[in-house]
Design a protein. Structure first.
Length: 65
């Protein structure tokens, strides 16, 4: 199996955080009411931070770069 590599040579990528917590304040204390997941297709090289996106199940350099 051949791993995809970033231009910098790294083969490790991190995903953009894809969830957030909905919080409420009760009696002056913050409480997590629930969490929601959002769809994301952005990934970043763990070494250099270059942005990639998913296209047809593969990583490609982000057009926004």
């Amino acid at each position: 199996m051949t791993r995809f590599k970033c231009e910098c040579g790294s083969d490790e990528f991190i995903s953009e955080p894809n969830s957030y917590d909905i919080v409420i304040v009760e009696d002056g204390k913050i409480k997590i009411d629930h969490s929601e997941i959002i769809e994301t297709s952005k990934y970043y090289c763990r070494e250099c931070g270059k942005e990639y996106e998913e296209s047809d199940g593969k990583l490609v350099i982000s057009k926004e770069e």
